[in-house]
Design a protein around this ligand. Structure first.
Ligand code: NDP
Length: 333
């Protein structure tokens, strides 16, 4: 049994990750919040036996093997470094940090400590995206030439907090959603983004200079070109992911989501063929891979390096939007 400490009394832990830990025979031993009251309430509401507002106390517990960091983004780095020094395996939320140097510092601390480090990019665990990756590897669309990612969603009122009003916490749609596009594109295409141009929008939902929508155009190492559209403000757009190749197109609807839903269709000279895929819970699969990695069996679904790469993309998008110039995606790897 892997025994977990939760760093951050967050919505994502409550809705998905606690369940995924328990589905993989893990135990949630303790939760830490900046507020002792919130920690206690959260522990009681979620069946967690211990609560604390002291990170060091949580990390000093010998009955914790791994931590899940799902605080706001500016806190990830220091919490990850402290966890690594305490010898705990680390599942960290995206973005890993607010700067590339900080993300490297977190990942390097885990490496130095010999603990497993993973980034919680859930989408590469979706059956739909795995089916698309396999179809491309099998040559079913020929040479991929272009991809389009539709990830403009509506931020529910319950989440209209730090994401739209707190630049210091790493708010804004780029660090929230565009980083997931980067990871999913990298995974499905088995390719690396090299350069990006971008425009952002601040339509009134986000404040304090933060963007609530962004569109990008990206060139990849292979020569493929991609577009992404992310938003907090699109109530009725629906999501999608398309890859267009020399011999066929993959067209997926409703797949940029936390749920194992949606559809994938292959269209080619013979017509339209739905691609079957598994509908397993994305987070359950991610936690299964993480537990296996702790046992020495393979890598987590998304590694620390994957988290560095998606952050590098997000930072390049932000700079491209700010300057109006094409920006190279520099990962420092
Ligand atoms: P939340 O806003 O739910 O939680 C973030 C922090 O905000 C918590 O750690 C908590 O601090 C504080 N907080 C939460 N609720 C309250 C409240 N009612 N009053 C005061 N403080 C509160 O964030 P999310 O769960 O939406 O996101 C957390 C992290 O997870 C982010 O890094 C985000 O990018 C990532 N994320 C990833 C997803 C994925 O699928 N990979 C999906 C959603 C989010 P404290 O712990 O100190 O109490």
């Amino acid at each position: 049994t892997i025994r977990w400490g939760l760093i951050g009394a967050s919505n994502i832990a409550r809705e998905y990750v606690i369940n995924a830990i328990r589905h993989n025979d893990g135990e949630t031993v303790a939760v830490m919040s900046a507020s002792a009251d919130r920690a206690r309430d959260y522990a009681a509401a979620n069946g967690i036996p211990n609560a604390t507002d002291d990170l060091d106390a949580l990390l000093a517990r010998p009955d914790i093997d791994a931590v899940y960091i799902s605080t706001t983004n500016e806190l990830h780095r220091d919490q990850a470094i402290a966890a690594a020094k305490a010898g705990k395996h680390i599942l960290c939320e995206k973005p890993l940090a607010l700067t590339l140097a900080d993300a490297h510092a977190a990942v390097n601390a885990a490496k130095a400590a010999g603990v497993v480090f993973a980034t919680n990019h859930h989408l590469r665990n979706a059956g739909a995206h795995r089916a698309m990756r396999h179809a491309i590897q099998d040559g079913r669309i020929g040479r991929p030439l272009a991809a389009r990612v539709f990830h403009a969603v509506y931020l529910p009122p319950s989440l209209q907090g730090w994401r739209i009003n707190a630049p210091a916490a790493g708010g804004g749609v780029i660090l929230d959603i565009a980083v997931h596009d980067a990871d999913t594109l990298r995974f499905v295409l088995d390719d690396e983004p090299e350069s990006v141009v971008a425009i952002t929008q601040s339509s009134g939902m986000a404040s304090a200079g933060l963007e609530d929508a962004v569109m990008t155009s990206v060139t990849f190492r292979s020569g493929l070109i991609a577009q992404t559209h992310d938003a907090f403000t699109a109530q009725y757009a629906g999501t999608g992911f398309e890859v267009h190749g020399t011999e066929g197109s993959l067209i997926a609807h409703d797949v940029m989501t936390q749920k194992p839903i949606g559809s994938v269709m292959l269209r080619n000279k013979d017509g339209e063929h739905p691609l079957p895929f598994d509908h397993n819970d994305l987070y359950v699969r991610a936690l299964g891979a993480f537990h296996a990695a702790i046992r020495g069996e393979g890598q987590p679904a998304a590694t620390g390096e994957d988290g560095i790469r998606s952050l590098a993309f997000g930072l390049a998008v932000a700079e491209a939007a700010r300057t109006g110039m094409a920006v190279k995606v520099e990962t420092g790897l």
